[in-house]
Design a protein around this ligand. Structure first.
Ligand code: NAD
Length: 250
């Protein structure tokens, strides 16, 4: 079944080989979408796009730079003529305790996760509004809902909670324009964001808190993004969807 045939999708932070963005890009391409992989490094983005097939595009885009976001969207619209889907997936985290958060750490985490989500959304929304069509999927985290306790520090929880608020405000603002915005809240998924950075003790503590008893897979988050990006979720907007193996049942 091709759920995204004829659709054009932009996914930020999607060059990371084991990441949620790239798994989502792969699944979207399998479902017929043409995908733009945006990430910090041009070559890595191009390589990831090439691996999906010739029609896909990889571009450098630092989502913290508004002018770059606007330029990249302009380039894509010149090539494609339309953008149907935006997945704001780029994110960074840091395992820092509240009293130790330095100003530069706060800025870095808030900028990529929250400011980047705003800037990329601002870049695509005028076009989506003009076409009266669009789906935006924002990557939040279970950390936003339960106040951390996985890997990221309080500034990460705050940034991802900000993403939830922004998603809901965006959903409300643009619902009448047939643009849906939803958030995904992954629990602990084994990707490079934590790879090699967790002690055995941290790892077993996290696993103990997951009723399903295992880390999630990137493909399991991608499946949720596919649902929210496709017409399967045509009447779903402003929601936050948990993909966490039961680690937050509420
Ligand atoms: P990852 O580190 O594998 O991928 C993140 C990607 O974002 C990288 O490719 C990185 O280069 C890119 N990136 C960083 N700063 C950027 C910027 N300024 N502009 C553009 N791209 C930038 O991590 P992941 O686990 O795949 O994380 C993807 C998203 O999912 C993140 O938003 C993360 O916070 C969120 N998340 C992950 C987990 C998890 O357990 N892995 C859980 C909850 C939420």
């Amino acid at each position: 079944m091709s759920l995204l045939a004829g659709k054009f999708a932009v996914i930020t932070g999607a060059a990371s080989a084991n990441g949620l963005g790239q798994a989502t890009a792969r699944l979207f391409a399998e479902h017929g979408a043409t995908v733009a992989i945006l990430d910090l490094d041009q070559q890595a983005s191009e390589k990831a796009a090439q691996a999906l097939g010739n029609q896909h595009i990889g571009l450098a885009c630092d989502v913290t730079q508004k002018s770059v976001c606007l330029q990249v969207v302009e380039t894509l619209l010149a090539r494609w003529g339309q953008i149907d889907i935006l997945v704001n997936n780029a994110g960074i985290t840091q395992p820092v305790r509240l009293l130790d958060i330095e100003p530069a750490q706060y800025d870095a985490v808030l900028d990529v996760n929250l400011r980047g989500t705003l800037y990329m959304s601002q870049a695509v929304l005028p076009h989506m509004k003009q076409r009266q069509q669009g789906a935006i999927v924002n990557m939040s985290s279970v950390s936003a809902q339960r106040g951390g306790g996985v890997f990221g520090g309080p500034h990460y929880s705050a940034a991802k909670a900000g993403v939830l608020g922004l998603t809901k405000a965006m959903a409300r603002d643009f619902a009448a324009d047939n643009i849906r915005a939803n958030a995904v809240c992954p629990g602990f998924i084994a990707t490079d964001i934590t790879a090699g950075k967790m002690t055995d003790e941290m790892y077993s503590q996290v696993l103990n808190g997951i009723p399903m008893g295992r880390a999630g897979k990137a493909s399991e988050v991608a499946g949720c993004c596919l649902f929210l990006a496709s017409d399967l979720s045509a009447y779903v907007t402003g929601s936050e969807v948990d993909v966490n193996g039961g680690s937050l049942i509420h």
